[in-house]
Design a protein around this ligand. Sequence first.
Ligand code: DGT
Ligand code: CA
Ligand code: CA
Ligand code: ZN
Length: 575
Amino acid sequence: MNNQEIAGVLREIGEYLEMDDVPFKPRAYEKAAEVVSGMEEEVSEIYKKGGIRAIEEIPEVGISIAEKIEELIKTGKLKYYEQLKKKTPVDFPSFVGLEGLGPKSIKKLYKKLGIKNIKDLEKAAESGKIRKLEGFGKKSEEKILAGLKFVNRSKGRFLLGEALPLSETVKERLSSLAEVKKIIIAGSIRRRRDTVGDMDILVTSDNPKPIMDRFISLPEVARVLARGETKSSVKFKGGIDADLRIVKDSSYGAALNYFTGSKSHNVALRRIAMKEGWKLNEYGLFDKKGKQIAGKNEEELYKAFGMDYIEPELRENTGEIEAARAGKLPKLIRYGDLQGDLQVQTEWTDGTASIEEMAVRAAKLGLKYIAITDHTKRLAMAKGLDEKRLHDQGKEIGRVNSLLKKKGVKLTVLKGAECDVLKDGSLDLKNEALAKLDVVGVAIHSYFNLPAAEQTKRLKKAMSSPHADIVFHPTGRLINKRAPYEIDMDEIIAHAKKTKTALEADALPERLDLSDEHVRKCVEAGVRLSIDSDAHALAHLEFLPYGIAQARRGWAKKKDIVNAWPLEKMLNLLK
Ligand code: DGT
Ligand code: CA
Ligand code: CA
Ligand code: ZN
């Protein structure tokens, strides 16, 4: 039995006792559970070495709890706990994360409505049974429903676009502590996966205590899940969990490597170490005699393996280890490499800013060109442009360009459109109108449910238009909201190559469409990509790095990305 399992049983006993209004004891079990869950060494090991005496020496663990831990370790079971559970068979762990519902209320819900777990609770709350219960009422029911919503949300994965900014806030808050030497966000956030399960924070320090104290009392924290000397976990108010680990500076590289993952990248590295007779763990890389060969930083670690440094975005064990050994890693597009943005919406349709405002902001961000790509007429809800308004918009773009020139702003505004693809694959605007534009994006915004063959044919037809330069958000997915429409991506990629159409890596955090895997297929096929913000407001222009991240995860180089080229060359690359 490991520490988390032991802590789980102790925690539940505390809850059962509280349910029955037993004085003092519940808090004692709760405290013991907290200590055990935060311990580095396995309690079962401690017991193996020092017996029950050694367990009694654990802080907050008295003789009565020590005996129970002993029984758990020896038999894997605990009679006392089984009896409590038999008397009131509720599934406490299923209620974890639900605010404001204590053991006493859970007991009442069980006695009156037979509610045993969170699923039962959800059903009862949704059918209005809880409001009728004495001592609960309508307010409590609403609170429970709101809490359930939060729990359900916390179970899923979070958008990188939510997790990354939050992780940066947390990093900033902790950085101000004098005890913090280095601090870095590791895990899937560092690898820039499109979605994130939880946040992994790594700190180096010789004095962890004050850092842990601050971490668990950050204003963003909703609940402390586990607290230990060098490792703690919390749940943030937005629902995402975070792990903080504190190591010595000499282990920084090895710990960073370990906690960055991915797990399968780590396993592959460890396998190579074993073949050499070495040992790799979160503290370092050690030779046969146990001497540390590497671990201070990651560069040193990869070097010791005879590999080039592997960027975090590539660490998924999909060929990067072999490539790094052979010196054949791609030179990835860098975060500052984009010269332009080829999908920008304005207040002419469903955006919130004017062409001029978007242009000025984009220039501030260092871009040299943007394409204005408002929606077209079929999207009536978004005030989509018809040929006449598109023509008027062209004039306005001309005015803005001369204004920028006068002001000395070095940015060119291009004429474009996000032209709707109709059901039969034809385009929403007349060819004469499209011919006058610099950049034509084509996009599907309707009939998401067509069978794959028909959807593929539809998009291929749109791509065959001599005016279609880029396919915007090619799969139509909205992460956690809408599945991609069914389409044969291999066929689309082949057709993109044939028709010289670029495919977009849309950087909007809830799209990230194309995904990293699709980007990689495009790169391998030699299909050109554009990385665009899909901005509908000034702040959205700053989403570009999310798109670059997915492109890097897809092994894209600068030359694969059309808008990493200067304006003239980019225009030549388009049809
Ligand atoms: P996530 O949180 O699901 O988005 O994905 P990760 O990659 O952040 O995974 P997480 O938070 O479970 O663990 C963080 C890192 O710790 C992970 O990327 C690699 C490392 N790690 C976790 N569990 C294991 C393990 O069992 N073996 C090895 N070698 N590494 C692990
Ligand atoms: Ca994680
Ligand atoms: Ca984690
Ligand atoms: Zn769109």
